[in-house]
Design a protein around this ligand. Structure first.
Ligand SMILES: C[S@@+](CC[C@H](N)C(=O)[O-])C[C@H]1O[C@@H](n2cnc3c(N)ncnc32)[C@H](O)[C@@H]1O
Length: 467
């Protein structure tokens, strides 16, 4: 018999904090636990009649989406301002023209820039202003700002700010970039909005490769976002960002972001303002001699102590092995990434079409069949979802989430025996897993959470059977 999870020791605020960490990287320690507890109380009042335990049980499932979105909006911190960390923009102003020349020679003149965790758009628009000033007129260019908080994204699209967001600008810059529209309201001039777009993207889960259709970025800024993440999650995000950085590109973090000291294939550049990596445009084989030559005098031990004052950018450590130039991602990976992204965003019809394209090339992909089944359920097509789940279980009889989803569909249809059988199968499979283990088919649902939910379902089924 499977062990029953003990709800008496289940602490909702801790559980919800852990879930938020898995969902979007946010981590809660002593200094912000009170904020979390307050937000949980308010979310419970709004979504689960004041019951935080019910809120905790609801969150990882599809019925918890609204409450989860509410908590994310409540807890994300959107502090930003134009040309924040000015020194990094000075460095970019210096290196961008050379990178552009190299790209033109290589036949890829379009300049692609990403502000990841863009808050209300201050960073993305600063980059757009910089590109306008640094690249020849008429250069094709795109700036994409992404964030997990839809309210910040709406404000970004509007492009209107108070003087607090403009505090890093000189008076003449403020006049050149903005039009005053009211008391302490400043609207970015239309010229600087050209080529800039904003969209929802969760750095923890959403693939980056789809943002510019499989192309790679020339400049990526992800500053003061990972500072809220645990180091292992920050490292995973940094790796993902490095994977979509094109040849010759620059990847910048804030000074306190907990990113790894090295990222494969990139050179680490450090100045006194923040952290910067560069992917060499041409990748010569790295030998001891070239390594020595690339390291400027006195920079050999620079990583052991704080870098010296001054704005000069210093290459401190070339990658151990010369990287292959980054190449665009292959079509199958792109299709998979696109399907997950659309599903995460709730664009169900587009997501279904995308998974079907993916399945046509990979008919035995469990991941694809399970994702399609979940989408069909969300669209109300339970019959089709059951068929797909059966296919999953035929390919892998131990696919826990497929057993659970099958049982849920039977329970909703009032097929009590089938539902009870499905929930019991789920519990039997879960018994072999650690509570912390993430289940295949999801990167958020843990074995512990599912045990809790399934036990609840079985108890409810017993009560109903006695009536
Ligand atoms: C302090 S702001 C930094 C804004 C800007 N990058 C800067 O340095 O001025 C952090 C931003 O990261 C966003 N964020 C937090 N977790 C995220 C995630 N998992 N995916 C995408 N954005 C996230 C927050 O919503 C917030 O807008």
């Amino acid at each position: 018999m499977t062990a029953v999870a003990d709800t008496a020791v289940f602490e909702p605020v801790t559980f919800i904090g852990d879930h938020l960490k898995r969902h979007c990287g946010m981590s809660f320690r002593e200094h912000n636990l009170d904020d979390l507890a307050r937000a949980v109380r308010r979310a419970a009042a709004q979504f689960t009649a004041g019951d935080p335990l019910r809120l905790a049980a609801l969150l990882p499932g599809t019925e918890g989406e609204q409450a989860l979105g509410w908590l994310v909006r409540e807890l994300t911190i959107g502090e930003s301002y134009f040309f924040r960390i000015f020194e990094q923009f000075t460095t970019l102003r210096r290196v961008i023209p050379t990178l552009h020349d190299e790209k033109v020679k290589a036949g890829d003149p379009e300049f692609r820039v990403w502000s990841a965790g863009c808050a209300a758009g201050e960073e993305a628009y600063s980059l757009a202003i910089l590109l306008r000033q640094s690249l020849p007129r008429g250069t094709p260019g795109r700036v994409i700002g992404t964030d997990i908080n839809p309210e910040f994204l709406s404000r970004a699209a509007a492009g209107e700010y108070s003087s607090w967001s403009l505090r890093g600008l000189e008076e003449h810059e403020r006049a050149a970039y903005f039009e005053q529209t009211g008391d302490n309201r400043f609207l970015l001039r239309a010229d600087f909005k050209t080529g800039v777009s904003f969209r929802y993207h969760n750095l923890r889960h959403d693939p980056a490769v789809v943002l510019v259709g499989g192309a790679l970025f020339d400049v990526i800024l992800c500053r003061n976002v990972l500072i809220y993440f645990e180091p292992d999650m920050a490292a995973a995000v940094a790796l993902q960002l490095a994977g979509v950085l094109g040849r010759g590109g620059y990847l910048l973090f804030g000074p306190s972001d907990p990113v790894p000291a090295e990222l494969e294939g990139l050179e680490r550049c450090e100045d006194n303002a923040g952290i910067m990596f560069h992917r060499p445009f041409v990748a010569p084989p790295v030998t001891a001699a070239t390594r020595q030559r690339r390291r400027p005098k006195g920079a050999g031990r620079a990583s052991a102590k704080a870098p010296p004052p001054g704005r000069r950018t210093v290459v401190t450590r070339p990658a151990a092995v010369a990287p292959e130039p980054a190449t665009p991602v292959d079509a199958a990976a792109l299709r998979r990434a696109e399907a997950h992204l659309l599903a995460n965003r709730g664009q169900l019809d587009a997501a279904v079409a995308s998974v079907e394209r993916w399945l046509s090339t990979a008919p035995t992909s469990l991941d694809a069949s399970y994702l399609l089944a979940s989408l069909e359920r969300r669209r109300g097509n339970d019959g089709r979802a059951l068929e797909l789940l059966r296919q999953c279980l035929y390919l892998d009889p131990c696919y826990v989430l497929a057993h659970f989803a099958t049982a849920e569909i039977h329970a909703a249809a009032g097929n009590r025996d089938a539902a009870r059988g499905g929930f019991s199968n789920t519990l039997d499979l879960l018994a072999n897993l650690d509570d912390e283990a993430l289940l295949p088919g999801s990167d958020e649902i843990t074995a512990g959470w599912l045990k809790l939910v399934v036990n609840g379902r079985l108890r409810r089924a017993e009560t109903e059977a006695k009536r």
